[in-house]
Design a protein around this ligand. Structure first.
Ligand code: SF4
Ligand code: SF4
Length: 238
């Protein structure tokens, strides 16, 4: 959400997003990594901020971390749901976190990735994968940080139209199409490669646009693996 905030709350602020964000309460729940997740490699495996409450499962309840004034208010208003933390709770929390930290099966090697992507724009790996990719954007639709949209006017009847914003995918040919008929990314190769560059691994100072959740892998019918693609691009330069 902080990645989306950077886009939608920067000037000019998106009023629709801002309103929903202000009306939201963010409650996180810790989880065990599945076979796709590599969030530890991107440092997003343990939230230090950006939430109101964060729940960590214990054998007999939840350890709750409070992350905002609103979170404090919720805890205060629901005092009867809370008990003092015991040493046993802290021990269980530590054990869970240790187990979780050791359960990641996927790791993204970030070392030098910015330079590698700088040099690998014409890597044959992109060409290999654009042939496998079905190019219809499932990975965009499940990605928590993909945020492209288009604005269109829909005619309701002869006198009325509505202007709507709808989710868009950079895998669609129309995504790079501009007035005059020029297309900035006319081929599937352009579009496949673009998604990886858009995640900003090449510019860590700006912050990655990927949280390492692995959902793009989980929902890819072509079984394309995000980390594997980047590893192959790296290997291709060695
Ligand atoms: S989900 Fe997989 S096959 Fe579909 S567009 Fe994304 S990378 Fe290509
Ligand atoms: S792992 Fe895939 S789905 Fe998850 S944030 Fe990164 S690009 Fe998006």
């Amino acid at each position: 959400m902080e990645i989306l905030d950077k886009v939608y709350l920067a000037e000019p602020v998106d009023p629709y997003y801002k309103k929903r964000r202000e009306n939201s309460i963010i409650i996180g729940i810790s989880c065990m990594p599945d076979e796709y997740c590599f969030c530890k490699s991107l440092g997003t495996d343990f939230a230090m901020h950006g939430f109101d409450l964060f729940l960590h499962e214990l054998p007999d309840g939840w350890l709750v971390r409070v992350g905002s004034v609103r979170g404090h208010e919720i805890a205060w208003e629901n005092e009867e749901l809370f008990e003092e933390l015991t040493e046993e709770d802290v021990k269980n929390f530590r054990e869970f976190e240790e187990k979780r930290a050791n359960s990641f099966k996927k790791h993204l090697n970030k070392k030098g990735l910015e330079d590698i992507l700088d040099l690998a724009y014409n890597s044959p790996v992109w060409k290999k994968y654009e042939k496998i990719c079905l190019g219809y954007g499932n990975c965009n639709m499940v990605c928590p940080t993909c945020r492209c949209y288009e604005v269109c006017d829909l005619w309701m009847n002869a006198y009325e139209a509505v202007r709507v914003r709808r989710y868009d995918s950079c895998f669609m040919e129309s995504h790079g199409l501009v007035a005059g008929g020029h297309n900035f990314r006319p081929t599937r190769l352009d579009r496949f490669r673009h998604r990886y560059y858009c995640k900003s691994y090449f510019d860590p100072s700006a912050g990655f646009n990927c949280v390492g959740c692995g959902r793009c892998d989980e929902f890819c019918p072509a079984r394309i693996e995000h980390v594997k693609v980047l590893d192959e691009v790296r290997e291709g330069l060695q």
